[in-house]
Design a protein around this ligand. Sequence first.
Ligand SMILES: Nc1ncnc2c1ncn2[C@@H]1O[C@H](COP(=O)(O)OP(=O)(O)OP(=O)(O)O)[C@@H](O)[C@H]1O
Length: 761
Amino acid sequence: MTIEDSKKIEQKRVDKVADIIDDKLEKVSQYLEKAHSETGNIERNYGENTKVNTLEVDDQMETNASVQQQKQLVYLAVENENILNANEQKLKNLQGSPYFGRIDIVEDGEKDTLYIGTSTLQDEDGEFLIYDWRAPISGIYYNGTLGKVSYPTPNGTAEVDLKRKRQFQIIHNKIKNMFDTNETVGDEILQSVLSEYSDEYLKNIVATIQHEQNTIIRDTHSDVLLVQGVAGSGKTSAILQRVAFLLYHSRSSLNADQIILFSPNKLFSNYISEVLPSLGERNMRQVTLNEFISLRLTGIQVETLFERYEKDEKNLPQEMIDMRLYKESGSFLEDLENLENANKNHLLYFEDIIFEGRPFFTKDEISEIYQSQNTAFSIPDRFLKTKNTLIKRLKKRIHQDRDDDWVQAEIDNLSDEDFQQIITDHKIEESTNQRSIIAEEFLKDRYAPIYNALINNYFFNPYEEYLYLLSHLDQDVVDPEIWNTMIDAIDHNVEAHKLSLSDSVAILYLRDYVTDSGINTAIQHIFIDEVQDYTMAQLKYISHAFPNAKLTLLGDRSQDVLTSSYRQKDLITAVSELFNKKHMTTITLNQSYRSTAEITNFASQLLPDTEKIKAFSRSGEKPEMHVYDGETNYYRGLKDCARELNQKYDTVAILTRNQSQAEQVYAHYGDEGLLTLVDADFRSVPKGILVMPIYLAKGLEFDAVIAHDVSKDNYPDDRSRDTLYTICTRAMHNLTLCAENELSPLIKNSVQDQTAKLQTN
Ligand SMILES: Nc1ncnc2c1ncn2[C@@H]1O[C@H](COP(=O)(O)OP(=O)(O)OP(=O)(O)O)[C@@H](O)[C@H]1O
């Protein structure tokens, strides 16, 4: 049979499946409409008073049985609607492009043909028209070459003979491309996908997942999965496909709320937000490291990495580097904990508990309770016993105070309604001492802030404790005098309610340890993108805060924009040392997909020989270097260049080293309407000509990139390598580097090697 004949047969099948999808969609829409009006009816039946909040079903508030029953009905109706909505979304995702792969297999002598798409579809008889890409057997499509292959089943590994692997590109239900291949997923389809222009949102890669990426996506065994992947190798894409895979794999025990992705910034969060919905799944929770820490340290302004980077001198003094490296290491946290344990007689720093402007429990009273605990117990145990004693004393006070005159007077002053409310709220029955019971409940409400303060451990001052430990730490990192100056600086900072990231993490770790709190056992998976920006202390804290979570860490040691000026250890080595007690798998991705081969080869030259990138065979224009004589020429040239590129490409990003350079470009531009200055408050990346510092463009990609001022002054030496590399690798189709006067030594060779074209102006 010719390929054309096969294509006709395949097209017929696409038409048939497309009709079935349309039919199913219509039915689901009808069911949905019905379900929606049913939910409305149930709600309306009970009127405003019993109206139930369907978003936040708070069981404690309403105890009334009929309301509970009502809630259950609404809950079921909403659940039903949710299921239908999810179904509808899945069918919509299949519409127009129902599948992308086909495998022909022989299993136990029986032939079978399977089509693979974003979700399962069955016909009326239960026949599978499409297999979900995450089904165990679909793994063959991504991993196996023709011949004998195996896949996991609940009863062990099954073997099949893979006879054919076919890929489709189906657009608007028409087969645009169709190939039989022996490879993971052949170049033709990838070529076509990768040559598309950039979008506001990252797309899923489900149809073209590559072998190595598939290993990351389908890993279910590792406690820590570390991926070192070159720029554009699909790390972020793999994370999102992996989340979708895990949700399918552990459907009954895992939901999207039990997964957290630590992402670099808000722009990035928005950029990736469409991938999971396009795969029929809900988005996981997303948080930046700063948000995560700030939430746990209320009232403190935690310095962001970006802020610190902006402030950092290019040449940090060696002592500063040494202190930073120590305070960012996992062993720093261990040293603090060990020191805390070493002196059994050390008195923790306690705080008065203030109620209505006066100490309710003084720190002397609290200290006395703590000191009366047997020192044979651990610090967290003694702390807990102290807390329990305080709670008991509070209860006793409530019991004692209830007959006090002021309490009785306050009760007398209660309105009838409030009085009655206490009786109803606390189900107080009529009895001789009803009034005392009411007084007690009244006091409980009144003293609730004290109870809260005790429960939240506000009587412990972790800041003072941290400063104390720092000043007693037997460190040999720097001169004691310099160390003490650093402690004084933190002290000042705390007074101004400010903290650096590394101090915040240490304080949180210490607070959690002493108070035995801060742990979230519900989270099952933590994903960290751009892990090269994290310190080992931060990773240690995250893994301590989520003890049941498996970690997937993805990064690129060569994109260490924020700390390359002083970081020394290799990412893989450092992470492996930190998690040496856990089952860890490391995967390396060397192939880049984002950029044309010309751009990738150029960027690759910036890296040491051992770290070369494999370019994908998509060719385009050679990167250009424009050198201008003097500032006026430079900015005029930069502007012309951006305008010219914008005629061909929707998004042209001028990327700078830092915020002030971005502002400088913006100021020189004059014609403001033509250029958008993107800052940390942006939630999405607009089209047109943009200017932004590279750290905000982390993880993003643009059709065309202009690297701003790649001169000798701006990128003088090796320490600028990571920044320049990260800038260059954001470009998909076109890369232009502009410099004033003299080119940076980092790229001078590229002209001789002819990986870039030089143009002097
Ligand atoms: N298997 C694939 N099929 C199609 N496109 C892919 C594939 N892998 C990666 N890509 C594309 O390559 C580009 C880069 O992918 P992604 O952003 O996931 O890489 P990354 O490793 O996170 O990059 P970086 O570290 O540079 O931010 C994206 O446009 C993505 O869609």
